[in-house]
Design a binder for this molecule. Sequence first.
Ligand code: NAI
Ligand code: MG
Length: 339
Amino acid sequence: MEMCVIPGDGVGVEVIPAAVRVLQEAVSGVQVHYADAGWDYFQKTGNPLPDETVALAQQCKAVLYGAAASPSYPVDHYYIPGVRLRRVLKTYANLRPTRYMPVPTSRPGVDLIVVRENTEDVYVGQEYTQDSGRVGISEKVVTREATERIAHKAFQLARRTNRQKITIVHKASVMTQTDGLFRKVALEVAQEYSDIVTDELLVDTAAYWMVKNPARFDMILTSNLYGDILSDMAAAWGGGLGMAPSLSIGDGVAIAEPVHGCAPDIAGQGIANPTASILSVAMLLRHHWDREQEARQIEEAVHAVLSEGDHTTDIYSEGAISTVDFTDKICAHLSATRT
Ligand code: NAI
Ligand code: MG
């Protein structure tokens, strides 16, 4: 087993090595190759994602990716390396589970997964201005092909993981040609899986239910932007962004990546919560490497440590421990269960 590890920026360089430690505690013989990408690397080299990193990711077929900082204004030659990497590696499905975790900030009864289309929608980056910068235009791209493959992925995953219901989320009432196509194709695919209950919601209503009654959801199938937003909302019920894992998959390559960004407000202090990255590695083990047992051991170790009251400061500040100390406790649990 080989893994390309891209810590990126900010807390990425703190939480990603923590997840690597946990992986190596759980499984022996994983070859880890560190690689560059991100805003800091761009500042030094003028390139956000070097070819060597892409080649290494392709060779390893498994990637652990932290986060990259991205300014909210255009910068010549900069693009978000994570978004590019997902497209280049054709990891077209992003799986973002949220379930109850034993911390006071989590909500009992929640166990849902957002399956997010990862390659198109308004994230294709086809934007331009007109009228001397007075008008900004963004193209939203939805194709039958990409919608079919994400829908099949979602329904197959639902079957494999014993989920009963898929809610298709869109805004086809307004965007009849783009979201309308997504809705139509997703409903067509649903007919091939009559064992799974399918319903649909407009995205604004889905956001309402995500706050009001998140236990209403089992699996959400949606496009790129809505999936990004709804999964951050869902993350709040799983204990917070520091706890929310994700896995991008496609046909043979997988990227484990926490939902959160580089958290500049806490970066460099050694206090970031590594749980999101650690649970992302567990997802890689389960869905990509077919190592259910080790995935479960990692999840159980995280649960055990949290249940004992150990926590980082994002959960609550009183008695919070550092990233490294929290990771030590998870590794200690793992080594105890393995011996
Ligand atoms: P963020 O996810 O970095 O942070 C949001 C809040 O969650 C902050 O208060 C932060 O302290 C907290 N948080 C995030 N991860 C945490 C962790 N592991 N432990 C404890 N607390 C944590 O989102 P924000 O602040 O909107 O974005 C910061 C930068 O990250 C931006 O430049 C943005 O573009 C980038 N970003 C990158 C992503 C990626 O590369 N996948 C995803 C999201 C944002
Ligand atoms: Mg996001």
